[in-house]
Design a protein around this ligand. Structure first.
Ligand SMILES: *Cc1c(COP(=O)(O)O)cnc(C)c1O
Length: 396
């Protein structure tokens, strides 16, 4: 039998960035702690003619992770930043400057919005928030000084899916770059650069590290953007410690297995929630009921384990009764780890360009690696508390 042309994703993840012969045969690169790197002679030093020159710029740990992520994202290159948020802000500042205009979706990860309204504005970058469902209509929002468009798919908390190729095409006609936060799908389930995006960003804190024990960001760029990303990374002196990189490399090896489990359990729970009377709507792109389900099928190879649902109309006390009493779903803002989490927030207080009109309360779930039956039982008890409190408060 002929060997397949392309190795499968499990094979890729098991070996990406791995060069055992560089480390005496040990399969994992050791944790290289190092600022100083010494040179054998003046000529080598003057010409920078050796593989490593200084710890801040590159070491065997960072090189392994960058090579692995660049391969997965099909990028020309990848740089590391100390958190997912810093990956977003770093990517923006690598391509934007004073006097530039920036387009950002209204459902963007909220701290990115804080940055746009705060530091970016102070640096002379003006942001316009757009309807994530605008598609090719984004063309009307371009100004002569629009240099970049930010995208996130699905949007944080509310899970709308933008038409990425349509937005990318419009941007390319205007000579603007497209950035994308690809944290939810990871490059296993979506390849932004193949769809026309120029810079793909991961909060590797989430599914790459995968164990809630490290913060890390990655920024991967195509040939249009790579020179600027690489130069700005060097100029800023951006650096990530080798321990966090090692945790991310370890997480990467099992990422496909974990994502598969997150995907299966989350979809099962989403379908179960759709049938519960206390639930008005489930916001999960892989559900046939999702308004942009067709885009998900067209662009994505899978779905991860984070989604939201909107409760039936009830006093907020009912949501508190549900979430405060959960056994397995802890209250937490992050996701991508092995453990299940829940949180609630009101999209109305974040948005400025598009209305949020759902009368119920939004609950976001990160479905962890626990057994789905146990998670459903936990949610079932929670929804019973929701209902009891909703009835109780209605009576008083
Ligand atoms: C968590 C998150 C980030 C930020 O990652 P940190 O490592 O926590 O800074 C960025 N984008 C999205 C979509 C996220 O969920």
């Amino acid at each position: 039998m002929d060997a397949p042309d392309e190795p499968g994703i499990g094979t890729v993840l098991a070996h990406a960035g791995s060069h055992p012969r560089d480390h005496w045969g040990f399969v994992n690169p050791p944790v290289y702690r190092g600022s100083t790197v010494v040179f054998p002679d003046v000529d080598t030093m003057s010409a920078n003619a050796q593989r490593y020159q200084y710890g801040r710029i590159r070491n065997p740990s960072s090189e392994a992770l960058c090579e692995a992520i660049a391969g997965l994202e099909q990028a020309q290159g990848t740089v590391l930043t100390p958190s997912g948020l810093s990956a977003c802000t770093f990517a923006m500042l690598s391509v934007l400057g004073a006097g530039d205009h920036f387009l950002v979706p209204d459902n963007v990860y909220a701290p990115v919005r804080d940055f746009c309204d705060g530091a970016a504005r102070r640096f002379g970058i003006e942001t316009t928030y757009y309807d994530p469902l605008i598609g090719a209509g984004i063309d009307a929002l371009f100004r002569p000084n629009t240099r970049a468009v930010f995208t996130e798919s699905p949007g944080s908390h509310t899970f709308e899916l933008p038409d990425l190729p349509a937005i990318a095409q419009a941007a390319r006609r205007r000579d603007a770059l497209v950035l994308m936060d690809n944290t939810w799908a990871t490059p296993l389930y979506l390849k932004p650069l193949v769809l026309g995006v120029d810079i793909s960003i991961l909060a590797a804190t989430k599914y790459v590290a995968g164990h809630s024990d490290a913060l890390l960001g990655t920024v991967s760029a195509n040939s249009r953007a790579w020179a600027r990303v690489a130069a700005f990374h060097k100029q800023l002196g951006m650096h990530v410690g080798p321990d966090d990189i090692t945790l991310a490399l370890r997480g990467l090896r099992t990422m496909e297995l974990r994502l598969q489990r997150h995907q299966d359990s989350a979809l099962r729970i989403a379908r179960w929630l759709e049938r519960q009377p206390q639930v008005a709507k489930v916001l999960h792109p892989a559900l046939e009921s999702h308004p942009q389900h067709a885009l998900w099928k067209r662009d994505f190879a899978g779905a991860s384990g984070v989604f939201s649902f909107v409760t039936a109309e009830a006093p907020f006390e009912a949501v508190k009764a549900m979430l405060d009493g959960m056994d397995l779903f802890a209250l937490g803002r992050s996701w991508g780890g092995f453990e299940s989490l829940a949180m609630t927030l009101d999209p109305r207080v974040i948005r400025s360009a598009t209305p949020w009109t759902e009368p119920g309360h939004l609950v976001r779930l990160q479905v962890g690696l626990e057994d789905a039956d146990d998670l459903i039982a936990d949610l079932s008890r929670g929804l019973a508390r929701f209902q009891a409190r909703a009835r109780g408060t209605a009576r008083t």
